[in-house]
Write a protein of this length. Structure first.
Lengths: 265, 269
């Protein structure tokens, strides 16, 4: 019923590795994320999660298959998607407000509108008083919030998030997770979240996808039927969270090469 | 009282102590220069005392056109430094953005970098005569490399994710350069300019020593010919002054341009 905002159709990715050898990072992955849905992608390191993000944002073309955003085939970077990484990638020579406006500036939006958007986002994220500061004057958690504001400033329909909070301390991470959840809910954004943190995957999303070791395939999908998706701190208390995390841990172990044949059935 | 103000006070008191020690050292050095040679029995034609050098400076100011020659040298340094660093930066960006060009040109650039640049001075004088141009050319050549290498390395080591971020926002090649690569390369560029500003003086002086009757290098070799040790000292002091001014100029521009860097990165020369 609801519109599909982000879709991967039978996507595979091979990387050339010297003479006639190639490494398959992702194999035959199909994912569909509906409007307003938040889906987490978990899996062992090097299973091709970040490759999927690059394909979705149009930075790399898949070897096989296709990606669609807002019903349009991804053929290069486009305005419907924005990504956010573990690194904040703030430009040290720009003030916080100028960093937030970086994307819209490239897109050619006029200066007054850029300033208005940056100001509004900074106010939403409680950073208004730091608009004129430079990145080195902010803490890691604040910098990551600025990165989120920059991602939202271009008003994308789909957000691709690659371990956005893995570099911040545990307390800050919980605060940032809640801010992200509330922001996504309020703006009705669709998101694909790549994470290593199983609890983060469960508390933030509507659905969790489990990937296998390389070559990465989707080996499991768990719907998270817990209320309060916009409040991960509250969700954390819910009794089923631990059971799901436990289940995901088992799935990740079953994803080992020895068991791969059984898992792919 | 608070941690911040304590460290601030500690820092400024450290700066004051450092500055005071600097002044004391200067006075000690000047005193040693004035009375040291006499006490050690060094003849004044080997190390003339400070007062003799000062007298010679006054004589040169009135008779030998010290101001004129200093002006010539300063102008050559400025021209050589400006052209050499512009060229170095330009080629550095070009090679940084075009791996093919770098592959093709790097052996020749390396060879030219290994060749002692000052050895070109006689050649340039043979080509261009006893004018200011061969001196400027030596300065250009010697300033070129540190600036180019710094810019090239800076462009090469930019975080590819930063470029991808810009690309994901559909940035054009020109936007990636002006909004990411160029500003990101400025700190290393200024490090190259600092080195270049001191090397420019070396290039110009070598050119002036080799030939011509212009500049502080000329006064230097003239003094040597006359066995006028104080004159040689005056020329050396003036050259140091010209070099320091060039260096100071770079620092002042750097502080304006790189104002966003944490303050600590600027302290000290």
């Amino acid at each position: 019923m609801s519109v599909i905002r982000l879709e991967y159709r039978h996507v595979s990715m091979h990387f050339a590795q010297g003479h006639e050898k190639s490494l398959t990072a992702v194999q035959d992955v199909s994912i569909a994320v509906a409007d307003g849905e938040v889906v987490s992608l978990i899996g062992p390191s090097g299973c091709g999660k970040s490759t999927l993000l690059n394909i979705g944002s149009g930075l790399t073309a898949p070897s096989e298959g296709e990606a669609f955003v807002d019903g349009e085939r991804v053929q290069g970077p486009n305005a419907h998607v924005a990504f956010m990484l573990q690194k904040d990638l703030l430009l040290p020579w720009r003030t916080i407000a100028e960093n937030v406006a970086f994307g819209v500036e490239i897109q050619g939006i006029a200066a007054p509108e850029r300033r208005r958007r940056a100001q509004a986002l900074l106010e939403n994220l409680n950073l208004a008083e730091f608009a004129g500061h430079y990145p080195h004057q902010l803490s890691g958690g604040m910098r990551q919030r600025v990165a989120l504001a920059r991602t939202l400033a271009v008003d994308p329909t789909v957000l691709l998030l690659d371990e956005p909070f893995s570099a911040v301390d545990a307390q800050t991470r919980m605060v940032l997770q809640r801010e992200l959840a509330q922001t996504l809910k309020r703006a009705g954004k669709t998101a694909l979240l790549i994470t290593h943190d199983l609890q983060e995957a469960v508390t933030l999303s509507d659905r969790v996808l489990v990937m296998s070791r390389r070559p990465g395939r989707i080996i499991d999908e768990i719907a998270i039927d817990i209320p309060d998706r916009d409040d991960p701190l509250k969700r954390r208390q819910h009794p089923t969270v631990n059971a799901i995390v436990q289940h995901l841990m088992e799935r990740l172990d079953i994803g080992a090469p020895d068991h791969a044949a059984g898992a792919s059935v | 009282m608070s941690g911040v103000s304590t460290t601030g006070a500690a820092k400024s008191s450290a700066a004051r102590t450092g500055a005071a020690a600097s002044v004391v050292l200067l006075i000690a050095f000047l005193a040693a220069w004035q009375w040291g040679p006499g006490l050690l029995g060094i003849p004044s034609f080997i190390v003339p005392p400070l007062s003799a050098v000062a007298q010679e400076a006054v004589r040169m100011w009135h008779i030998s056109g010290l101001a004129y020659h200093t002006g010539i040298t300063a102008a050559e340094v400025l021209a050589g430094f400006a052209i050499g660093s512009l060229l170095g930066a330009f080629i550095g960006y070009l090679l940084g953005m075009s791996p093919v060009a770098e592959m093709a040109l790097s052996p020749y650039i390396l060879a030219l970098q290994i060749a002692p640049k000052v050895a070109f001075a006689p050649l340039f004088i043979m080509w261009m005569g006893f004018t200011v141009y061969p001196k400027i050319l030596v300065a250009i050549l010697i300033v070129f490399f540190p600036v180019m290498v710094n810019v090239l390395t800076a462009v090469r080591t930019i975080d590819p994710d930063l470029v991808n971020l810009a690309r994901a926002f559909k940035a054009t090649r020109a936007q990636i350069f002006w909004k990411i690569e160029f500003p990101a390369s400025l700190p290393p560029l200024f490090a190259g300019l600092r080195i270049g500003s001191t090397l420019a003086v070396v290039g110009v002086v070598v050119g002036e020593l080799v030939g011509g009757n212009l500049g502080l290098g000329y006064l230097l070799s003239f003094g040597e010919g006359q066995a006028n040790t104080p004159m040689v000292f005056v020329a050396i002091v003036m050259l140091t002054l010209v070099g320091s001014l060039a260096y100071l100029l770079v620092i002042l521009i750097e502080r304006r341009v790189l104002h966003y860097l944490p303050k600590r990165a600027h302290t000290g020369f």
